[in-house]
Write a protein that binds this ligand. Structure first.
Ligand code: ATP
Ligand code: MG
Length: 354
C-alpha cells in the first residue's frame, strides 16, 4: 500500500487536486497496483483556518512520514502578514525536506499547437539556492539595502547542492537521450557559476554514457526558440531554470500543461508549474493537465525509489490517457475546448480504462 499526502492548496487547487486523484486512481487500477491511500492535509488558507498558520505542524509531521505528495498551488501573495513576507508553504517544504531538484519536462503534446515544434526536453533546476538565495538562508536575508539608494542580492552556490543537481541531471539523462546541457554564465560570474560549472564537469565525467554540453544562459534562449531539438536535459541554477522553463513551456504551447516534480533523495512533491489562478478559481474551468502530468512524474519517482511496484506502469497510463483525451479533441477552455476541470479528468480516466 502506497500512502501519499494530498495538499489541496489555494485558488484552483481544490479543483485540480481532486481531478488529479481521479486520474491517478484510474491509472493505478489499470496497472493492477494496490490503491493509493491518501492523507489529506491542510496548507495555505486551509491551514490558516485550522491552525492559524499556512503550514500547520500536523501537516509537517505527517509529511515527514510519507514518501511523496501531490500539492495544489498557493496564493501566497494574498496571505495576511506575517505569512505574506515569509517563505511560502512550498518554499518551506523544499527547504525542510531538501527537495533540491525541480524536474520540469517540456514537450509538444498532441492536439495542442505550440509556437515551436520538436520540443522534448527536461529541466533539472536547482531548487533551493543560487540567485534565489533567500531560499537557502534565513528567509528574507538574501537581499539587503546598505543605504536607501543601494540594494544588494546574494547568490549562493554550494559544492554540495551543485553536486546533487548534477547527479540528478545525469541520472535523468540516462533515462532519456543521454545528453546534459549545463546552462551557465561563468565568464561573467566567475566564482559562483564557475563553481557550479566545474562541479557539472566533474560529475558528468563519472557518467561515461552521458555527454555534457555547455551553453551560456542567454544563448540558451536562442536555441530554445530556434532549435529546441538540440536539448535533452538542461541543468540550471534556480533563477535561470525558473525563467527558461516558463519560456520553454509556453513555446511548446503548454505552460498551463507543464508539470513539475520537486525531488530530494527520499521525498518528492508533485506540483504543476502554474500558479493558483485566483481569477478563475471556483468556476470549474481550470485545466488540471499540469498537475495530472506532475503526478505521472511522482509515480515514476516512487517506483524508482522503491516505494511501490507497478507505479511506473501506472505513470505510463496517466501519460497515455492524457494524450488520448487531447488527441480526441477533449480539453478545457484555455485550450479552446469545452470541458470542465472534472469532465476533462473523467475523459482521461475513461481513456485509461477503455
Ligand atoms: P504565481 O505567482 O502563483 O506563480 P502567476 O502570477 O504566475 O501566479 P498563475 O496563477 O499561474 O499566475 O496564472 C496566470 C494566468 O494563467 C492566469 O490568467 C490564470 O487564470 C491562467 N492559468 C494558470 N493556471 C491555469 C490552469 N491550470 N488552467 C487554466 N488557466 C490557468
Ligand atoms: Mg508564476
Amino acid at each position: 500500500m502506497t500512502r501519499l499526502g494530498l495538499l489541496r492548496g489555494d485558488g484552483i487547487g481544490p479543483e485540480i487536486v481532486p481531478a488529479t486523484v481521479t486520474v491517478i486512481e484510474a491509472a493505478v487500477a489499470a496497472a493492477g497496483c494496490e490503491p493509493i491511500e491518501w492523507v489529506d492535509l491542510p496548507t495555505g488558507w486551509a491551514g490558516l483556518e485550522e491552525a492559524g498558520t499556512t503550514l500547520p505542524e500536523r501537516t509537517h509531521t505527517a509529511l515527514a512520514e510519507l514518501p511523496g505528495w501531490v500539492t495544489g498551488p498557493h496564493d501566497s501573495s494574498a496571505y495576511p502578514q506575517p505569512w505574506r513576507s515569509r517563505l511560502s508553504p512550498h518554499g518551506d517544504l523544499r527547504q525542510r525536506f531538501e527537495l533540491y531538484a525541480n524536474i520540469r519536462p517540456v514537450r509538444n503534446l498532441p492536439g495542442v499547437r505550440g509556437v515551436v515544434d520538436g520540443m522534448d526536453l527536461a529541466f533539472a533546476r536547482e531548487n533551493t539556492e543560487g540567485f534565489y538565495s533567500d531560499r537557502a538562508v534565513v528567509a528574507g536575508t538574501g537581499e539587503m539595502m546598505p543605504t536607501a539608494d543601494v540594494a544588494l542580492s546574494t547568490g549562493i552556490f554550494t559544492r554540495r547542492r551543485a553536486t546533487q543537481i548534477a547527479h540528478a541531471a545525469c541520472a535523468l539523462a540516462r533515462q532519456r537521450r543521454g545528453r546534459v546541457t549545463v546552462v551557465h554564465k561563468a565568464h561573467v560570474l566567475g566564482l559562483t557559476m564557475g563553481l557550479y560549472l566545474d562541479v557539472a564537469r566533474e560529475v558528468a565525467a563519472s557518467y561515461p554514457d552521458v555527454t555534457l554540453d555547455e551553453v551560456h544562459v542567454d544563448a540558451a534562449t536562442v536555441h530554445l526558440v530556434r532549435n529546441p531539438g538540440r536539448f535533452d536535459v538542461l541543468m540550471t541554477e534556480n533563477m535561470h531554470g525558473d525563467i527558461l522553463s516558463d519560456l520553454a513551456g509556453e513555446l511548446a504551447g503548454a505552460l498551463g500543461l507543464s508539470p513539475s516534480l520537486n525531488a530530494g533523495d527520499d521525498k518528492a512533491m508533485a506540483q504543476a508549474a502554474h500558479g493558483s489562478a485566483p481569477d478563475i478559481a471556483g468556476q470549474g474551468i481550470a485545466n488540471p493537465t499540469g498537475l495530472i502530468l506532475s503526478a505521472e512524474l511522482l509515480l515514476r519517482w516512487l517506483e524508482d525509489h522503491g516505494h511501490g511496484e507497478g507505479l511506473a506502469r501506472a505513470a505510463d497510463h496517466v501519460r497515455d490517457g492524457v494524450e488520448r483525451a487531447l488527441r480526441e479533441g477533449r480539453g478545457t477552455r484555455d485550450l479552446g475546448g469545452q470541458d470542465s476541470t472534472g469532465s476533462f479528468a473523467q475523459a482521461v480516466a475513461d481513456a485509461i480504462t477503455a
